[in-house]
Write a protein that binds this ligand. Structure first.
Ligand SMILES: *Cc1c(COP(=O)(O)O)cnc(C)c1O
Length: 377
């Protein structure tokens, strides 16, 4: 395609350009104070993010996976316990369960939203179930009310995996404030991303918060006094500082993402791909814009050919990953998760996408629909 510059999948350099001076100043402050691990910048970010979410406490961690492990440990999950997780998510959701010695129990997702199917929960709950972990996948809240209702009736805590949904809402409340606790990742490509690794546990339960705070720092109750064996899962000062600056941009960035999604939706309506569903009562923040296609491989190749980058999130559902093969699940165990894995294609999505880039993607998808329909391939 002559004249086409192509469209990247994400553009972090573009994101930073507009706020470069603030970022530079925030990083410089950390260097000048030498508060490289935890410290004032992390504390300030924790306070700001707690207020943003509408929870009492945020505890910054080294990444989203450690946030999940520490939250599970603080909930008392361990050896011999079971934790229910969706079969279609990033592996970290289930990995954290294994890290604390418990067993992940997979359930299917909804064909509409790719989030945990609440109707699958009753059959998956056993006397050993110690937590349910819905994932707000792709930037949209899971079906929280039915999940919370089922969990409450059985006395099981709900831990939200909000690693893809910073700022998303469910019935007017921010995700991350709905369960007993929630976990966030600030991996650079997330809607709110650090200059490296970062994560957080959010909760309004002060005991849980205190336990996570202790666990992230070697189980210290005070300096060199260790109440229990913990971990080194602390957030770095530079990450706290950068996240503090970026948090002030999050709503604006999410609004842009939503605008791009609306534009894709308007112009891809009637094309060969199935567009992502927006469930009622939820504000989707489009961490990813995942369409479904019956001939995904060909569509992806067609787009790649035009310089349009796409992603697969995720091509193999967790129950069919070699890492979990010992659990004995087979193909067909979770049909909706398998369909998302087989047909999902993530189109470019980031706040700084231009109208020209969006049009290029739309043209790319539509021109593929045409070749398919006319049988010209
Ligand atoms: C990114 C992500 C995580 C893990 O976060 P890291 O910071 O990469 O450890 C967990 N769950 C989901 C759904 C994620 O997308």
């Amino acid at each position: 395609m002559e004249g086409s510059l192509g469209v990247p999948f994400v553009d972090l350099i573009g994101q930073h350009r507009a706020i470069r001076q603030e970022l530079d100043a925030a990083v410089r402050d950390v260097i000048e104070s030498a508060a490289f691990v935890l410290g004032p910048a992390v504390e300030e970010f924790e306070g700001d993010f707690a207020q943003y979410l509408g929870v009492d406490h945020v505890v910054g961690t080294s990444n989203g996976t450690t946030a999940l492990s520490l939250a599970l440990l603080a909930l008392g999950v361990g050896e011999g316990d079971e934790v229910i997780v969706p079969a279609q998510t990033f592996i970290a959701t289930a990995e954290a369960v294994v890290h604390v010695g418990a067993k992940p129990v997979f359930v299917d997702v909804l064909d509409t939203t790719a989030c945990m199917d609440p109707a699958a929960l009753p059959a998956a709950i056993t006397p050993r179930t110690r937590a349910i972990v819905p994932v707000h996948l792709f930037g949209q809240s899971a079906e929280m009310q039915p999940i919370l209702d089922i969990a409450r009736s059985r006395g099981i805590p709900v831990l939200e995996d909000a690693c893809q949904a910073h700022g998303a809402t469910y019935q007017g409340r921010r995700v991350g404030s709905l369960g007993i606790a929630s976990c966030f990742s600030f991996y650079p490509g997330k809607n709110l991303g650090a200059f490296g690794e970062g994560g957080a546990v959010a909760t309004s339960d002060s005991h849980l918060a205190a336990r996570v705070r202790r666990l992230r720092d070697h189980g210290q109750s005070e300096r060199y006094h260790h109440a229990e064996v913990g971990y080194n899962a602390r957030m770095e000062g530079i990450q706290g500082a950068v996240l503090g600056v970026k948090l002030r941009c999050l709503d604006r960035w999410n609004e842009s993402r939503r605008g791009h999604a609306a534009y894709y939706r308007e112009w891809l309506d009637g094309s060969s791909v199935r567009l992502p569903a927006e469930a009622p009562g939820r504000e989707h923040v489009y961490h990813l814009f995942v369409v479904r296609s019956g001939d995904r491989a060909e569509l992806r190749e067609h787009l790649t050919h035009q310089g349009i980058q796409t992603g697969l999130h995720y091509p193999v559902p967790l129950h069919l990953q070699p890492a979990f093969s010992s659990m004995g699940y087979r193909e067909g165990s979770f049909p909706a998760a398998e369909a998302w894995a087989r047909e999902g294609l993530s189109l470019p999505m980031f706040a700084e996408l231009s109208r020209v880039q969006l049009d290029e993607v739309i043209e790319g998808v539509k021109s593929h629909s045409l070749v398919t329909e006319t049988g010209a391939r």
